[in-house]
Design a binder for this molecule. Structure first.
Ligand SMILES: [Zn+2]
Ligand SMILES: [Zn+2]
Length: 116
């Protein structure tokens, strides 16, 4: 992992409607709970490496899903405890920044990035 990967310097409370993270490089990320939950990276949600069952769909997630708590895991990831009881996903800083951030800047970058 790159030693230059930014790390969170501040996080909003899980009681906020939108989860916000301020990063060590100054970037401010915004995440919706539903999107974070759907993109849970744990084995139960996306399958083991090289084997992917169908990804979670919106219908698979409780309406109004929320995180009950969030904690840092080591120096590389966040773990959420969800209102549906799920808590095994480790959201790496890299995925939070590169794949999941919903701020205008990142949304625009991904839309124009030509990811297939
Ligand atoms: Zn999961
Ligand atoms: Zn962003």
């Amino acid at each position: 992992m790159s030693p230059r990967m930014p790390t969170p310097t501040a996080m909003s409370s899980v009681t906020e409607k939108t989860f916000r993270v301020t990063w060590s490089d100054g970037h401010e990320s915004a995440y919706s709970w539903l999107n974070l939950r759907i993109n849970c990276p744990c084995a139960a949600c996306v399958g083991e490496w090289r084997y992917r069952p169908p990804k979670l769909r919106i219908e698979d997630v409780q309406p109004g899903i929320l995180a009950m708590s969030v904690s840092k895991v080591g120096a590389y990831a966040l773990r959420f405890v969800w209102s549906d009881g799920h808590n095994t996903g480790l959201y790496t800083y890299a995925s939070l920044r590169n794949d999941l951030c919903e701020c205008d800047e990142c949304t625009t970058r991904r839309d124009s990035g030509g990811a297939s």
